[in-house]
Write a protein that binds this ligand. Structure first.
Ligand code: AMP
Length: 122
């Protein structure tokens, strides 16, 4: 995806330059409600470190950062009350993945049956 953009919207939220509707924060992750929710529950979880996407995070992050981040994702899903009857986690990556914000993030969606994962184009 190229060099990390130091002014992307999510790093500005991390820096406190712009507000977010925060749900959870710890040493490794920040979670907040998506500004354009696609489901009754739509939370974004982002790592504290500067990583552009899934590949960058999986390649450069330390084992501690990766463990801490994914433990936070699991905890947040539980705290949102989504473990039962289930939810969807989405990681859009790059152009074909439809990633709009170049700071790695996991979408957690739930609160209703979400239907098929992808709709086949007509
Ligand atoms: P993606 O397409 O995977 O990069 O998703 C980016 C997501 O960020 C979209 O669902 C947007 O609605 C969401 N988003 C963009 N700006 C903000 C913001 N300031 N606060 C919360 N969510 C945002």
């Amino acid at each position: 995806m190229g060099a990390y953009d130091e002014n992307n919207i999510f790093v500005r939220i991390l820096r406190g330059d712009i507000p977010c509707d925060k749900f959870y924060e710890d040493e490794y992750a920040l979670a907040f409600n998506d500004i354009h929710p696609k489901a009754p529950v739509h939370v974004l979880v982002i790592p504290k470190g500067a990583y552009t996407d899934l590949q960058d995070f999986g390649t450069r992050a330390t084992a501690e950062e990766i463990t801490g981040f994914y433990r936070a994702v699991s905890r947040i899903s539980k705290d949102l009350g989504l473990e039962e009857p289930g939810f969807r986690a989405i990681i859009n990556t790059g152009v074909n993945g439809g990633q709009e914000v170049p700071h790695f993030h996991v979408h957690i969606l739930g609160g209703r049956a979400l239907g098929p994962m992808l709709v086949r184009p007509a």
